[in-house]
Design a binder for this molecule. Structure first.
Ligand SMILES: C[S@@+](CC[C@H](N)C(=O)[O-])C[C@H]1O[C@@H](n2cnc3c(N)ncnc32)[C@H](O)[C@@H]1O
Length: 181
């Protein structure tokens, strides 16, 4: 299944070049909430634009994606921006679960949805760590197998302290922090 995903995404990405480092648009108004140190994990990082943005901010970043084409672009982007020493990108199939690693100051996941990973994502956050997640949603869109039902992120991450959230126009997103105690 994920092998097929890798081939499919390699095809989509092939011939394209990574744009500049940036946060996904939905999180831009909250950019000050992102820490300037610590370890970040970006799930399904694609071309790594957000990972490199986090690395430029001062974090060390682990970016994973099933597409080898995307990961090569992400590595190139990090090199062009002089942050390769703070970025570790790898071809990783998230169908196998979240890769192990230290508690994360930030977990970013934009436009990739796998509800089976939600508990591990919450567990991997360090105390005070920030989760920034956005998924396709059924709210304001046709129902579909890849779309979150209404309230899915709120329910899955009820143990975190929500800073901001939105649901509509086919997208759901959440910015939330793990309580310190
Ligand atoms: C819609 S793109 C989003 C990419 C990036 N987060 C962004 O916002 O530009 C979905 C990403 O999920 C990745 N992906 C799909 N299935 C995956 C899997 N099983 N494991 C890891 N990554 C996967 C794809 O390769 C693709 O880069």
């Amino acid at each position: 299944m994920a092998e097929a995903d890798g081939v499919r995404w390699d095809g989509k990405y092939s011939g394209r070049t990574a744009g500049p480092p940036c946060l996904p648009e939905v999180f831009v108004p909250y950019s000050d909430e992102f820490p300037i140190a610590g370890h970040a994990v970006e799930l399904a990082c694609g071309f790594g634009q957000a990972s490199v943005w986090l690395a430029e901010r001062g974090l060390t970043v682990e970016g994973v994606d099933v597409s080898a084409v995307a990961i090569e672009q992400a590595q190139g982007l990090a090199a062009r921006h002089g942050v390769s020493n703070r970025c570790a990108f790898s071809v990783t199939d998230l169908d196998d679960g979240l890769p192990p690693g230290p508690p994360a100051a930030v977990i970013l996941c934009h436009r990739f949805r796998d509800p089976t990973l939600y508990p591990a994502i919450g567990d991997r956050l360090a105390a005070g760590g920030l989760l920034a997640i956005s998924v396709l949603s059924e709210v304001g869109a046709e129902r579909g197998p890849f779309r979150a039902r209404r309230g899915e992120l709120r329910d899955a991450f009820a143990g975190l302290r929500s800073l901001a959230a939105g649901e509509g126009d086919g997208q759901a997103w959440l910015l939330a922090r793990r309580p310190r105690s």
